[in-house]
Design a protein around this ligand. Structure first.
Ligand SMILES: N[C@@H](CCC(=O)N[C@@H](CS)C(=O)NCC(=O)O)C(=O)O
Length: 257
């Protein structure tokens, strides 16, 4: 049996996949896709992920795409602690929440591009090359996001609208933990809902948004984050090194201040 993960160190969706694999205790082989060198648009990778995004899990030669589908596949396929609630209602709540994250968290892409990714790539490749690479992106979402990031065509009001949507996800977390009794989103056991959202907290930290889960703002989410951050699987997933050099400090994504 071979389990390969095509991933990138600082990609939130890659962290989701790595965390699920670590929580289940699955041995996996790293296939590194360097987004800062545009590996995601090479023909070999597009053959397994036509959207040119990471992660992709390849299990015995069969590719599985989309991070939320990958984490469920990992739970369904491998031994290890179950990562889904025992009841149908619990699983429905879990999937509702994962859907919410998939729908709304892409709003974090623009502030990340503007603050970290575009400055780093511009420094390495120059403006013209970045524009050329933006046009090569296979999906309109990333074509547009990168083109606008490079052109500086992102206004504060748009970022603020996205941030309000993201704050709404944390409101939902506060309610879920209260309803289910916590300490995890769907009750007493860590589930795919926790794994689907935890990596975004690392990114929110890097963007200086930790006030969103301050104890006087969303106390249950604050306690939840401390519990998640203490898990070895989260630590391993979130500190995966840049296999080509560089790292969290270099792009300013470190949460150390
Ligand atoms: N819906 C996809 C989204 C994956 C995604 O957007 N990945 C980002 C990194 S977090 C990426 O590969 N971006 C490629 C690019 O910027 O060109 C999933 O959940 O797997």
């Amino acid at each position: 049996m071979t389990v390969e993960l095509y991933h990138f160190w600082s990609s939130v969706c890659s962290v989701k996949a790595r965390m699920a694999l670590e929580e289940k205790g699955v041995a996996w082989v790293s296939r590194y896709i360097d987004l800062f060198r545009f590996d995601q648009m090479k023909p070999d990778y597009l053959a397994i992920n036509p959207d040119g995004v990471v992660p992709t899990l390849v299990h015995d030669g069969a590719p599985v795409r989309e991070s939320s589908i990958i984490i469920e596949y990992v739970d369904d396929t491998f031994d290890g602690p179950p990562l889904k609630p025992a009841t149908a209602l619990g699983r429905a709540r879990m999937r509702e929440f994962i859907r919410l994250c998939d729908d709304r968290f892409p709003a974090i892409v623009l502030p990340t591009l503007v603050k970290y990714i575009v400055p780093k790539l511009r420094n390495r490749w120059g403006e013209d090359e970045l524009r050329r690479q933006a046009e090569r992106r296979p999906t309109a979402f990333y074509r547009d996001a990168h083109a606008r990031g490079v052109a500086g065509a992102v206004d504060a009001a748009e970022i603020a609208r996205g941030e309000a949507d993201i704050a709404g996800i944390l409101d939902r977390m506060e309610v879920l933990i209260a309803e289910t009794g916590g300490p995890w989103l769907i009750g007493t056991r860590l589930t795919l809902a926790d794994i689907a959202v935890a990596p975004y907290f690392f990114r929110l930290l890097a963007l200086g948004r930790e006030g969103l889960w301050a104890d006087d703002v969303r106390p249950r989410v604050g306690a939840w984050y401390r519990a998640v951050a203490a898990r070895p699987a989260f630590k391993t997933a979130v500190t995966w090194p840049d296999e080509t050099g560089g790292g969290y400090e270099e792009v300013g994504l470190s949460t150390r201040r």
